[in-house]
Write a protein that binds this ligand. Structure first.
Ligand code: GLN
Length: 537
């Protein structure tokens, strides 16, 4: 039987409930416990697939092909697990399932209501994960802030869960923000008191309060919160802004969060917590020299959250190569000019949808070819590489049919198989697919194995009609699907590091296990930086 830790939030959004949940999970994992996580998103969308990255940040794709909230990425990176798409529960999924059951007549004529039918469905979805994972501990993060209308059925379901599972098997952690009023020169606890009161109004007394703040809180402030919010003083945990998100498990560990939870939930552990490996990662992430500049040429560059896994994967690769990564977020719009690429030691073109910004990406590919700068193309980035290579080599009108259905040379196109899927409703190649790596390539050197599994999220592919033509242009087909039908990775001869992949390796990178392609890319960028320094000297 699993134990549950429910994480709610108050005061303001974006205070890092996801990182808090992931950090608690990481601490418990360091005691040898098997931990998994669930993210509840109280919006009506069925999944995150249709959400605009500007509004909601990156869409994270799981191994089983679900388009989910970016917090699942944090959980996978902190807990070092692959989660199922079922771990992202939305109001959309809950209601769809209940309505389907109602249509089937499963409720035998009863009036279908939020309580008990919606709340029962929520509990069932949680129980299914318990059954699938057999985890010792399940972290359940509730999106939004306490008091939101849309999260109420979830809070109620979780209150019921604590009742049915027993107090000793389920605890609540409330994450709040403690603002510092500069004019008054003090921290203010009132917003935390109010949001805890709101939670208690819903029948839940938190067992632990995690106070986010800009600077560390003094003991008297924490005691005041303990007193007014009715939690034990040792259960008021302060997590001030940290140098990196990976430091949070260490900060919480030093406040004895793990021991408190183990006692509170009567968890059976016989090993001492071991966060040594994790603290080494944190140290490696603090390296500040040499500094490697990576230009990310994308469309949603104003909001870093839109490329959160890319950012983290670059950091992991930086730590592995013992360099500091400085990311230049470069907008590929009408004003784009390759002059901005001059300071970059490596270029990365991430995935994306639609034509806007594509011209800038093509120019960046040309710049990387001409200046022999390492360049990494991911999904749409790979498409930009292939289009530009074709245009430079005698196919002036080459394009993707995503941008021009009637172009003369559709080097990127939707495969027939994909068109069939479209007719069945789901239109994308989603989730993990196997890829065969060709020996004696940069990719093989990076992966050091022939068979890999990588995550996908796209409709278009390299058009096989142009495979020979591409090879004549100096392209190496470095990775293919096992039946050789789909090109998965390309490289370019006579270039220090030019790799484009159809998958999204950023989703599989972990802080202590940088993705091999990212690690190899940063190694090449480090080399480029060194050569440039020699040239300048
Ligand atoms: N828009 C492209 C496609 O659908 C690429 C998608 C992506 O980069 N994830 O194939």
């Amino acid at each position: 039987m699993s134990k549950y830790i429910v994480v709610t939030g108050g005061v303001v959004s974006s205070i890092g409930k996801g990182i808090t949940s992931a950090s608690i999970g990481r601490i418990l994992r360091s005691y040898g416990l098997n931990v998994t996580a669930i993210k509840i998103d109280p919006y009506l969308n069925w999944d995150s697939g249709t959400l605009n990255p500007y509004q909601h940040g990156e869409v994270f794709v799981t191994e089983d092909g679900m388009e989910t909230d970016l917090d699942l990425g944090h959980y996978e990176r902190f807990l070092d697990v692959n989660l199922s798409g079922k771990a992202n529960i939305t109001t959309g999924k809950v209601y769809s399932s209940v309505i389907e059951k109602e249509r089937r007549g499963d409720y035998l004529g009863s009036c279908v209501q939020i309580i008990p039918h919606i709340t029962d469905e929520i509990k069932l979805m949680i129980k299914n994960i318990e059954e699938d994972t057999k985890a010792d501990v399940i972290m359940i993060e509730v999106g939004g802030t306490v008091g939101d209308i849309e999260s109420q059925p979830f809070i109620e379901a979780l209150r019921q869960l604590r009742n049915t599972e027993g107090q000793e098997n389920c605890m609540f952690v409330h994450v709040t923000y403690v603002p510092y009023l500069r004019a008054a020169g003090e921290f203010k606890t009132k917003p935390t008191q109010h949001s805890t009161k709101e939670l208690r109004g819903l029948g839940i007394n938190p067992d632990m309060i995690v106070c986010r703040s800009e600077l560390p809180l003094a003991a008297d402030i924490k005691n005041k919160i303990a007193h007014f919010c009715d939690v034990q003083p040792k259960a008021v945990i302060n997590t001030p802004d940290a140098h990196s998100i990976y430091e949070v498990p260490l900060i919480m560990h030093s406040a004895n969060v793990g021991d408190f939870i183990i006692n509170r939930l009567h968890l059976d552990v016989d090993t001492k917590p071991d966060l040594y490996g994790w603290s080494t990662i944190v140290e490696d992430l603090k390296i500040d020299k040499p500094e490697i500049n990576i230009g990310v040429i994308g469309k949603y560059t104003e909001l870093e959250d839109a490329y959160i896994s890319i950012r983290e994967a670059l950091k992991h690769a930086g730590a592995e190569n013992k360099v500091k990564i400085e990311i230049d977020w470069i907008k590929a719009d009408d004003e784009f000019n390759t002059d901005v690429l001059k300071e970059c030691d490596g270029l990365l073109i991430p995935g994306g949808f639609g034509e806007r910004g594509i011209q800038g990406k093509l120019e960046a590919v040309k710049y990387a070819i001409e200046n022999k700068v390492p360049i990494f193309g991911i999904c749409l980035g790979l498409h930009a590489m292939v289009i530009e290579l074709a245009r430079l080599n005698g196919y002036p009108d080459a394009n993707s049919t995503e941008f021009d259905e009637n172009c003369k040379y559709p080097v990127i196109d939707m495969m027939e198989k994909q068109k069939e899927i479209k007719n069945m409703g789901g239109t994308m190649r989603l989730g993990a697919y196997p890829c065969l790596i060709k020996e004696k390539t940069i990719s093989y050197e990076a992966f050091a194995k022939k068979h890999v599994l990588e995550r996908h999220r796209h409709r278009y592919e390299i058009n096989n009609d142009y495979r020979d033509a591409l090879e004549k242009m100096g392209v190496t087909i470095a990775g293919v699907s096992p039946d050789d039908f789909l090109v998965e990775i390309i490289e370019l001869e006579d270039h220090p590091w030019f790799v484009g992949c159809q998958s999204h390796p950023e989703f599989k990178s972990k802080p202590n296990k940088a993705h091999p392609l990212f690690a190899s890319f940063i190694k090449a960028a480090k080399e480029y930086n060194k050569n440039m320094d020699v040239k300048k000297a």
